[in-house]
Design a protein around this ligand. Sequence first.
Ligand code: NPQ
Ligand code: MG
Length: 370
Amino acid sequence: MTIDALRLHSLQMPLVRPFRTSFGTQYVRDVMLVEAIDSDGARGWGECVTLGWPGYNAEYTAGAIQVIKEYLAPIVLGNDWTPDGVDAAMKVVRGHHIARASVGTAVLDVWLRRASTSLGDYLGATRAEVDCGVSVGIPTSESIEELLEEVGMYVDAGYRRIKLKIEPGWDIEPVAVVRERWPTIPLQVDANQAYSREHAHHLARLDEFDLLLIEQPLEEEDWWGHALIARACSTPICLDESILSTESAESAIEFGAASNINIKPGRVAGFLEAKKIHDLCLSRKVPVWCGGMLETGIGRAANVALAALPGFTLPGDTSASNRYYAEDVTEPFVLRDGRLAVPTGPGIGVVPIPENLRSMAVAVEELTSS
Ligand code: NPQ
Ligand code: MG
């Protein structure tokens, strides 16, 4: 299967409500969708899950586009690929995992559609639907009432797990109030690297709220720090930004830095690596769950297939389309009984709705081997 062209579709998608985390507030999602076209005209899609600026990690959308144009497209275009072959070939580009994942997933999608195989089947999904959680930002007003209103809306919608963004100054009180209102709901927090090692005893105060996990309290590369926090807290520590590969997942487990892992295919440079991390964690009895990067239906479809693997035993941030967008670029993913159905069609099982793609796109760049 020879890839003749890559089309980079840049979309601006307004969020239904501001999404504030410890690293800033997002009002619009800078989306980039990679469309891969093979020599027979078959097409595949991959979502580049970078933010518009390096707030979550060091990658950002304009940078990913440049790395794809300058370094990844010359590797991929005009050559014949298998899914693992293209991922391996792009490893010559150090880092830039999200950029590599977006191209590798588009190529994987073409390959799967030609083989009439769904991504779920290819990865080893064992479920037809997945339990869904939801990530709740810090209210821009920092009003507890506003937080309770938003959480209440998601509980009423049927989400099976609530995740609260926290940062120093917005942690103990909001968690206590939500736990008091909903004493038994599965509840966890995500700090997005906002704390330091000196906060170990402060974070241990969260132990009284029966949380599923505390996600990424410290900076990406602070392995020893996360081991220290894990010793200070009885609440399990989960890593997100720190886990870049199967080797870092194994290191996190062996160092005692994490007792469960948030898997994001973009962050680990693709779905094949995501599956490898799943398989390692399954063998070590370490629970995993599927993280979210406010994907459109393109990335969401693929994430839901991954979340259907047996080791994904915690609800993921695989929320419905309407959690973030009034209108999705694909048919919307709709929550039913707190779950999303795994797409069954070939490849990722969805495609952009042409008129939505046209109306949401702010730029399209076509890269060919000539
Ligand atoms: C996390 N996601 O788990 C990330 C953080 C995050 C659902 O909390 C634009 C694109 C804005 C991706 C804001 C969730 C984002 C983003 C926050 C990811 O750490
Ligand atoms: Mg996170």
